[in-house]
Structures are given as structure tokens and as C-alpha cells.
Design a binder for this molecule. Structure first.
Ligand code: FAD
Length: 262
């Protein structure tokens, strides 16, 4: 399966199976190292699920699972929740109809050339890019809607801080967040901020041991993916309006392929 995925992967597509595998890993592996959720950790997890339940561009059974988890977390009058209780819900122990999150990973757009490369961290970037894009699309469709739209970046910052297994990554990300996240004033601004910071990371870790030689770190999107995104003057300048339009297309539901989903 994995080799086939790598062969057939089209870099201009978003693969739902990567996003779902990422959610599976987040909920069943990363979170599992925290046996009891309380205080700021619990609040962060609740907010993460609230944002994801509202904005994840997923298939029905996965959306229903996220919504059920969200409702359960909101209505639970406890200030501590054991991880096992969350896992029971994620595994749908109550056998509620129409709820399902695949329980293993299968990477396609995030498939590395070796098992220890790419995978989860790639899917986490894709998840948060997708959420910022969904928030921006909603803000466009409903300009007069609730101004307290879920702030994806803030939730991402707290998730990374409290849960992301790569602690070195979390520290780097927190430094960038401290420096400039507060200056983001709109949903489109959030899409661009995350794109820009992801490129900063790409630049910083290009050539590192963690890099997959078959997927060298580049300033993204490449010219092939989006010729109009590059500015005319310098090789490294961008046309941000084109980049924004490209990101809103690339990370949209319309560009998400359900091929390979489990
Ligand atoms: P990734 O960088 O994971 O990107 C995944 C996909 O997103 C790409 O294949 C491409 O389709 C798309 N993409 C690429 N660039 C952009 C962009 N600018 N905007 C939108 N989409 C884009 N690793 C370290 O070694 N050190 C770190 O400090 C570090 N910090 C990290 C911080 C965070 C928040 C995260 C989520 C990961 C971090 N990582 C870090 C891991 C690293 O960024 C990669 O995820 C990992 O090396 C796998 O790389 P990849 O080739 O799959 O591409």
C-alpha cells in the first residue's frame, strides 16, 4: 500500500488519507502519552477539538466523530479527564452509528522514502493549513457572521506547546509565534502567516538529517505548482495575493482526494 501510495502521489493534490492518518496519530498515539488531561492541557485539547470539529474538511463519519467528541467534552462537568475515556470515544466504544476514524496510518502525500521520515509531522502541517484555509473561506462566505470565529493559529500554538512530540520543533515554533503571531489580524492573514512560517522552517532545516532526500526542503509552492505565486523581481519574492489564492485552492475540500482512504 505504502509504496503504491508514494508512486501514485500527485503533489498538486491534498490527500484526505493523510489528514485522517494524522488525526488518528494525534488522538491515539501523541495524546496517549498524557494519561490524565487537566488544567491548561485539558482546555487546549477542548479548544483543539472545537476548532477541528467546526473546520476539518473531512468525510462524514470522521466529522461526526469530531462533533460527538466536541459535545462530550463541552458537556462533561469534570476538570480532569483520563485519556482512556477519550480513547473509548475515539474508538466509538458506544457503537454510535455512522462514526469512524481509521485506526492506522497510511501516508500518501506524506509518505517518506523511509519509515522514519515525513508522515505525522507532514500531516500536522497539512491539517493546520487546511484549518486556516477553511476559516478564511468561511469568513469570506459569511462576512457578518460571529466575529469570534475560532482562532486556528492560537489553538495550533497551544496544541504544539502542550502536546507536539517534537519538543525542539515546539520551541522553535513558539519563538516564531511570540515574535509575530499577535500581528495577524484576519483569517486571510492567518493563512499567509502559517505559510510564511512553514517556509521559514523549510529554510532552517533544509539539508538536516531529518530531511527526506526524495523530498528536499524547498520554498513552497514551487514554480511548477504555482508559476504566478513568484514575484517578478527577485527569485525569492512572492506575489502574496496569488499565494493566498493558491493556498485557498490547494488546501480546499475541492482539492482533497479521497483516493486511498481506509
Ligand atoms: P513538511 O514540511 O512536513 O510539509 C508537508 C507538506 O506541506 C509538503 O509536502 C507540502 O505539500 C506542503 N508545504 C510545504 N511548505 C509549505 C508552506 N510553506 N505552506 C504550506 N504548505 C507547505 N523539523 C525539524 O527538524 N526542526 C524543527 O524545528 C521543526 N519544526 C516543526 C514545527 C512544526 C509546527 C511542525 C508541524 C513540524 C516541524 N518540523 C521540524 C518537522 C518538519 O517541518 C517536517 O514536517 C518534516 O521534516 C517532514 O517534512 P516533509 O518533507 O514531509 O514536508
Amino acid at each position: 500500500d505504502e509504496i503504491r501510495g508514494l508512486d501514485k502521489h500527485d503533489p498538486s493534490k491534498l490527500y484526505m488519507v493523510d489528514l485522517e492518518s494524522g488525526l488518528h496519530y494525534l488522538l491515539r498515539v501523541e495524546l496517549a502519552t498524557h494519561k490524565m488531561l487537566e488544567g491548561e492541557k485539558l482546555e487546549t485539547f477542548k479548544d483543539f477539538i472545537a476548532v477541528t470539529a467546526q473546520l476539518f474538511p473531512g468525510r462524514q463519519p470522521v466529522m461526526k466523530l469530531l462533533e460527538t467528541l466536541h459535545e462530550w467534552l463541552v458537556n462533561l462537568p469534570l476538570d480532569k479527564i483520563p485519556y482512556d475515556a477519550i480513547l473509548d470515544l475515539v474508538n466509538n466504544k458506544m457503537r454510535i452509528a455512522g462514526i469512524y476514524l481509521p485506526s492506522r496510518v497510511k501516508w500518501v502525500g506524506c509518505q517518506g522514502s523511509r519509515p522514519e521520515l515525513r508522515g505525522y509531522t507532514c500531516s500536522l502541517w497539512k491539517l493546520f493549513h487546511s484549518l486556516t484555509v477553511q476559516a478564511a473561506i468561511r469568513a469570506e462566505e459569511f462576512p457578518k457572521a460571529d466575529p469570534s470565529h475560532p482562532d486556528v493559529l492560537k489553538v495550533m500554538r497551544r496544541y504544539i506547546q502542550h502536546f507536539f512530540g517534537c519538543r525542539e520543533c515546539a520551541e522553535h515554533f513558539e519563538e516564531m509565534a511570540k515574535e509575530s503571531m499577535d500581528s495577524v489580524k484576519s483569517a486571510n492573514g492567518a493563512v499567509l502567516w502559517l505559510w510564511q512560517k512553514h517556509n521559514v522552517v523549510n529554510n532552517r532545516i533544509a539539508g538536516a538529517l531529518s530531511e527526506d532526500p526524495q523530498f528536499p526542503k524547498v520554498q513552497w509552492p514551487t514554480h511548477d505548482l504555482c508559476p504566478l505565486c513568484r514575484g517578478e523581481k527577485e527569485p525569492h519574492s512572492w506575489n502574496e495575493a496569488e499565494v493566498l489564492a493558491f493556498l485557498k485552492h490547494f488546501y480546499s475540500i475541492d482539492n482533497a482526494s479521497e483516493q486511498f482512504t481506509m
